[in-house]
Ligand binder design. Sequence first.
Ligand code: PLP
Length: 373
Amino acid sequence: MRKIPVAVPLFRGNEKKYLNECIDTGWISSNGRFIVAFEEAFASFCGTKHALACSNGTVSLHLILKALGVGAGDEVIMPTLTYIATANATAYCGAKPVFVDSDEYTWNMNPTDLEDKITKNTKVIMPVHLYGLCANMDEILKIGKKHNITVVEDAAEAHGATWNEKKSGSLGDVGSFSFFGNKIITSGEGGMITTNNQDLYEKMKLLRSHAVDPSKKYWHSEVGYNYRMTNMQAAVGLAQLEEISWHLKERERVAHLYQKALAPYENLFTFQKIPAQAKHVYWMSSIVLKENVTLSRDILMAELDKYGIETRPLFYPVHTMPPYLEEKTSYPVAESLSKRGINLPSHALITEDDVRYIAEALIQSLEKGKKLC
Ligand SMILES: *Cc1c(COP(=O)(O)O)cnc(C)c1O
């Protein structure tokens, strides 16, 4: 039987060569040529002045919020339909995550609901570019400007995604990326911050390495962190970035194969709808079951598993989980999408034949489900 995973890391460039260089030269920790090279290449890829490498894409968010002075009593607005890291980075600062419902069509943060959530305590608006599709940055930036609030992009899932031809990470005041093993490109664990703001960049750089005084070694002017990336991570990350056009092209190919294969079943599934301003980079190819489908999403996923097809549920809305539980407020669109949504196998090695197999398995499972109901 076939085994089709949701994600696999793919190494096709200089990963091994660069890693060997780290071992051969002894530069394995957080000094070495690959860190600066990776930062410079990533800034150039995003079209920002600066990029700052971090140990992962959660601490990169924490570092941004700390450098912006976010603390107790402050509020950070974010979609509830996101990975938990967006909220956790806020909680680490002692600040409060304030959740926003999703847009039914794009599954991203709904700008109207966002503006309703602004209070005098709002310090940051943090859109998430869900599964590789930019949130509505026209509206979000307009709202940020109107209320004079900083916009931080959580672009962990959206390397290379664009909005009005501009890359994610260069749209707001500052952006954050992840290079976890299942992301569009990986460094094992890793994160990157992008910005054009010189002062913010300097502040984040200082805090990344225990706030050591640049002119006086072992002198620390405030509480900082060790959020540095290693040269080994950067070696892999740089090699991956050199091949990012291939990674993006193949993911798009897979997404288009799904759209084609499932086009006859518009009555059963919907895809994330892509606004004219956006280019989706398909970290995940996902479907949402239409309301009229009676078979539950979880049973469907268990059926697909029998075919050797790994799938994942769409994120659980953050406000439904214990650390951030809100029993009184409801976010109906996010809750509904989350219940009906599935991430399909989305990596670059999926063939046309795999997609045909997955589409058939989906239809057969739903047919079988109908008989059960
Ligand atoms: C992956 C991810 C992160 C951070 O990931 P790390 O695993 O810490 O690198 C943050 N936000 C979102 C939306 C993510 O998907």
